[in-house]
Design a protein around this ligand. Structure first.
Ligand SMILES: [Zn+2]
Length: 161
């Protein structure tokens, strides 16, 4: 546990330790911060984001291995990443994005055994306060505010919007 990347370590410090994988856990979507569940993938708001609107896209199947993904999973994962980018643009108009995967603890993966992509909106100049923010506990209300703002956009997209 001590070696976990800081944003994720905070999750373990602040929350009662959840059982099992955060992507596979059953339960209330809003409590889990799940914004969308597709046939093969799901979208979740990062509980300890670098910035507001930090999303994670994961295959629904529990796997850590890129090579284990089927073609259908790969396609849906990347399509969902593209959808996240589009909906974030509509919701909070970022200046740019970081989109990527941390594979393995050495690369900073907080959840090592369930592959996921990060979609992180960025704003000009946000580097300046990122290091400050890194030590500040994220207010849960702000997270749910982001969740409630994004949820209708994802719901509309699923309906075919
Ligand atoms: Zn899992």
């Amino acid at each position: 546990m001590e070696k976990l990347w800081a944003p994720w370590r905070m999750e373990y410090l602040v929350q009662e330790k959840p059982d099992g994988c955060i992507f596979c856990r059953e339960g209330n979507d809003r409590e889990r911060l799940v914004l969308m569940t597709g046939p093969l993938t799901l979208v979740m708001l990062n509980r300890y984001p670098y910035v507001n609107g930090h999303l994670m896209v994961a295959p629904r199947r529990h796997t850590a291995d890129l090579a284990e993904l089927s073609d259908a999973e790969m396609l849906e994962l990347f399509r969902t990443v593209a959808l996240c980018r589009e909906l974030l643009s509509r919701s909070c108009a970022p200046d740019g994005y970081n989109i990527g995967i941390n594979l393995g603890k050495a690369a900073g993966a907080g959840v090592e055994d369930h592959l996921h992509l990060h979609v992180v909106p960025r704003w000009n100049g946000d580097n300046n306060f990122m290091s400050v923010l890194a030590d500040i506990r994220v207010v849960p209300e702000a997270l749910l505010e982001s969740y409630d703002r994004l949820l209708p956009l994802f719901a509309a997209a699923v309906k075919g919007g």
